[in-house]
Design a protein around this ligand. Structure first.
Ligand SMILES: Nc1ncnc2c1ncn2[C@@H]1O[C@H](COP(=O)(O)OP(=O)(O)OP(=O)(O)O)[C@@H](O)[C@H]1O
Length: 851
């Protein structure tokens, strides 16, 4: 039984089986390879073992995949075209088409003509369609300077008698076919001047060249149902020439007005691209361009091109199928007519022509360098590709081709005459290695780029998140929203609105959500970046504010110091004249301290504090101070106090901190005292005698005043029993010394110092600059012992200048000269007789100071 089953077993499975996951089908009868019927026992078991679907398998048509072509890198195609010999043309014209109305030919000349035809011999001979033999002239052979050479490996050699169509068919047609499929390509004509490059590229109306023939082919093809019919063609022509040897310039040959083009690196901007609909349009544009092109007559060519001419034919695809959503890329066919390399000897160029030929030769040389370096790079890729293309505008423009990224073909045009041997030899030697150049077919053909269902999604990718412009983003987002809504509406219309479970509608909704999500995500990112930027700006602004605040503080400190100096100067000046030793004004110092305490606070408060100092000094009725502790006890060394016990002046604790010590003392003056009355009150404690020592001590102390006040806390300051005097007082003392007003006991005028302060405040803004001499930094002791040489002149406050002047005019005599022995003894003005001069002086002072 088992043997029977084995013998009727199905044939072996094929090597490749495609398993289809379709719903189970009804089992068919097992196909039998033999005609014998199966025994009944076997048929009984068939419903248990599913039959092998042989028919089905055999019926499956396995798609025949095209064999994958190995990636063959194509070699650069080099064509060679030999220009017909001149002599050959001459001979034929003289013999065949001689015009009738010419003068009878001179027989001698005729013989000469015949002779010339004999001399004219070709240096190049065609071996076959791919090689030529170059033979040097007899003279050179005899000199053994050159020998016959064979150049082979050309893609095709066009003989002298070949037609333009031959050239087109062999060289241009394959490129054009690729171009029509969407592949870009370039074709360039190289050769010496007058060798037939322009003839090959443009031709003549009778013998049209590559460009007209290509255009004909394009529009012939576009009439048919070919891919070309789905494209729009554009034509642009421009030339690159030298600007008096200084540089390269590009000119649009199809432009209307100013044809100069803006060149930026390898990009040429402003080039006019004309859409061409038919051959007539295209040919008229070519004719227009040819008329505009720079040409000149040289020994080599009556119409020699003086520029590199570039013709671009662009095919723009407008084939966007709705079903496949396929879009093709644009392709460009570039045809280049290079200006021919020239030898100075042959062309006889001079002046401007010579400059042009230098430019032409340079461009040709760079072009050749690019190709050679490409070849070297392909031989040894480790070396890296040298960037010769940067040396000329043309090679920069054709960079992709010269780096082997896009395919190109070259046609070398040579003259066949013996005299052209050197030019021809040079060109062939240079170009023969180019045949080994390969270019990789990396460029994708047309119609391969499949786009997604929503091509606008790509737009999102293009949004610059780093530096966004909110307006642009809003536009993009709004546009996206509109498009989504339009699409959804359209699709919603197509779908059955009642059928909510329509998968199509669901899909659309999902896609919509997804897109909205992406949009919002991008938008959020953009907003985040904008906020970050604003945050940074805010930080910068804060930093600037801080620095400005600091500057303001320092300026205010300076101004306060200056004010302090001025106040000290004035008060000490008056007090020195009025009484020997008066307590020092402490208000500015307090103000300074207060200011320093408030440094971290608002700058406005600081200004207010500064103002308070000066203004409150005038106001006796200031409110109770919160910093009573800061009020210092004034200590002064007086000549009468032999003991070093400081004389303390208690200050009313209810007085404001800003209220100065002078004010405190001024309150001791009788308020009802007559201003004009210089007679002081006999009980007044301010009637003290000031000594030189006192002044000197002040001088020494003033140097460290600010430091001391900073170093010691308020409590310590109170304990300090040394008085600090402003620097100005020392200068005043010196001036007084100059004026021989020494140790005078001058009666203190009965004045209200508070009023003086008001005036001082008003003057403080106009006060001259106080210059503290370096000498004042010396200790008091050294100053005391120092020689009494005349001090340098220095700037003084206005009041002191006035005072000095007044004193000088009065010629005050030191009538009460104080002897050293009497120093240190307290003298009151009441006990001293007042001289007439001193009284006058005081009056004058009082009047001048508006006391
Ligand atoms: N294959 C050819 N058959 C007939 N005439 C030709 C051929 N090649 C060139 N000529 C003629 O030779 C002359 C010079 O040719 P052409 O101007 O094309 O040279 P060129 O290489 O462009 O020179 P240049 O570099 O100076 O511009 C032209 O009058 C042209 O008609």
């Amino acid at each position: 039984m088992e043997e029977l089953q084995r013998s009727f077993s199905p044939p072996p499975c094929p090597t490749t089986v495609t398993v289809r996951r379709n719903p189970p089908r009804k089992a068919r009868a097992t196909p039998y390879t033999t005609g014998a019927k199966p025994p009944s026992t076997i048929s009984l078991n068939t419903h248990h073992v599913p039959s092998f679907p042989m028919d089905e398998i055999l019926s499956i048509q396995i798609p025949q995949h095209e064999p994958i072509k190995p990636l063959v890198s194509e070699s650069l195609k080099i064509f060679l075209r030999i220009k017909p010999l001149k002599s050959f043309t001459k001979v034929t014209t003289t013999t065949k088409t001689r015009p009738r109305n010419v003068w009878p030919q001179n027989p001698s000349k005729k013989t000469n003509a015949k002779k010339s035809t004999r001399i004219e011999e070709a240096c190049i001979a065609l071996n076959d369609a791919y090689s030529v033999t170059l033979t040097p002239p007899q003279a050179l052979q005899e000199m053994k300077r050159s020998k016959t050479e064979v150049y082979e490996g050309f893609s095709h050699v066009f003989a002298a008698d070949c037609s333009q169509n031959d050239v087109y068919d062999k060289m241009v047609k394959p490129l054009l076919e690729d171009f029509m499929k969407g592949k870009s390509g370039m074709l360039a004509a190289l050769g010496p001047s007058g060798s037939g490059k322009t003839h090959t590229v443009f031709g003549t109306p009778k013998n049209p060249g590559i460009v007209p023939l290509t255009l004909r082919q394009i529009f012939r093809k576009s009439d048919e149902t070919s891919p070309g019919s789905l494209r729009t063609f554009y034509l642009s022509i421009f030339e690159i020439c030298s600007e008096r040897g200084k540089g390269e310039k590009a000119y649009d040959l199809l432009g209307d007005g100013s044809s100069e083009l803006y060149v930026q690196q390898s990009t040429i901007r402003g080039l006019k691209e004309v859409s061409i609909q038919n051959l007539e349009e295209a040919e008229s544009l070519i004719g227009q361009a040819m008329l505009k092109r720079a040409t000149a007559t040289t020994n080599s060519n009556s119409q020699s091109s003086r520029s590199q001419c570039i013709i671009n034919i662009r095919a723009a695809c407008n084939d966007v199928s709705n079903e496949t959503k396929m879009q093709s890329s644009d392709a460009m066919l570039t045809i280049v007519d290079l200006a021919g390399a020239e030898r100075e000897k042959r062309t006889g160029n001079q002046g401007e022509r010579l400059v042009e030929s230098n430019f032409i030769n340079n461009t040709s040389m760079v072009f050749g360098q690019c190709l050679r370096s490409l070849l070297e790079y392909q031989k040894n890729r480790k070396k890296g590709l040298q960037k010769h293309h940067q040396n000329s505008l043309l090679t920069r423009y054709l960079r992709d081709y010269l780096e082997g990224k896009k395919r190109m073909a070259l046609i070398l045009t040579v003259k066949a005459g013996e005299e052209d041997y050197l030019d021809t030899s040079y060109l062939l030697k240079q170009a023969s290695p180019y045949m080994k150049i390969k270019f990789d077919n990396t460029e994708e053909p047309c119609n391969k780029r499949q786009l997604t269902t929503f091509p606008r999604v790509e737009k999102n990718k293009k949004i610059k998140l780093s530096a966004p412009k909110t307006s642009q983003i809003e536009e993009v987002v709004a546009g996206e929203r509109n498009q989504i809504s339009q699409e959804v509406n359209l699709q919603g219309k197509n779908a059955n609105p009642t059928d909510k479970s329509s998968p199509r509608l669901e899909h659309v909704a999902m896609e919509k959500n997804e897109r909205e999500h992406i949009i919002m995500q991008n938008f959020a990112k953009v907003i985040w970046n904008v906020l970050k930027q604003y945050n940074e700006k805010l930080k910068v602004a804060e930093g600037e504010i801080c620095s400005l605040k600091d500057n303001l503080r320092s300026e205010q400190l300076k101004s306060l110091e200056l004010e302090t100096e001025l106040i000290h100067l004035k008060s000490s000046c008056k007090q020195n004249l009025a009484e020997p030793c008066i307590p020092e004004t402490e208000a500015p110092i307090h103000a300074k301290e207060q200011f320093e305490r408030n440094v971290d606070g608002d700058s406005c408060n600081l200004i207010e504090a500064g103002r308070e100092v000066s203004v409150e000094g005038c106001n006796k009725s200031s409110g109770p101070s919160k910093n009573v502790e800061d009020a210092e006890l004034v200590v002064c060394h007086t000549s009468t106090d032999n003991d070093l016990e400081p004389r303390q002046h208690p200050i009313n604790p209810e007085e404001n901190v800003g209220t100065t010590q002078v004010e405190a003392e001024a309150t001791n003056f009788p308020s009802d005292q007559n201003e004009d009355d210089p007679t002081p009150s006999p009980d007044s404690p301010e009637h003290v005698e000031v000594s030189q020592d006192c002044i000197n001590n002040r001088l020494s102390n003033i140097q460290t005043k600010s430091a001391i006040f900073r170093r010691f806390p308020d409590s310590e300051k109170q304990k300090r029993n040394r008085r600090l005097l402003p620097a100005s007082s020392s200068s005043l003392a010196e001036e007084m010394g100059d004026l021989d007003v020494k140790d005078n006991q001058i009666e203190k005028p009965q004045v209200k110092i508070s009023e003086i302060r008001v005036q001082e405040k008003s003057e403080s803004t106009q006060g001259p600059e106080i210059e503290i001499p370096a000498r004042e930094a010396e200790p008091a002791s050294t100053k005391k012992q120092g020689s009494r040489q005349k001090p340098r002149r220095r700037l003084q406050p206005a009041s002191s200048v006035l005072l000095t002047r007044e004193i000088n005019t009065l010629e005050i005599e030191d009538d009460v000269a104080e002897s050293k022995g009497t120093r240190g003894r307290k003298k009151t003005t009441a006990s001293q007789p007042r001289s007439q001069g001193s009284v006058t002086l005081l009056r004058l002072l009082t009047n001048n100071l508006h006391i």
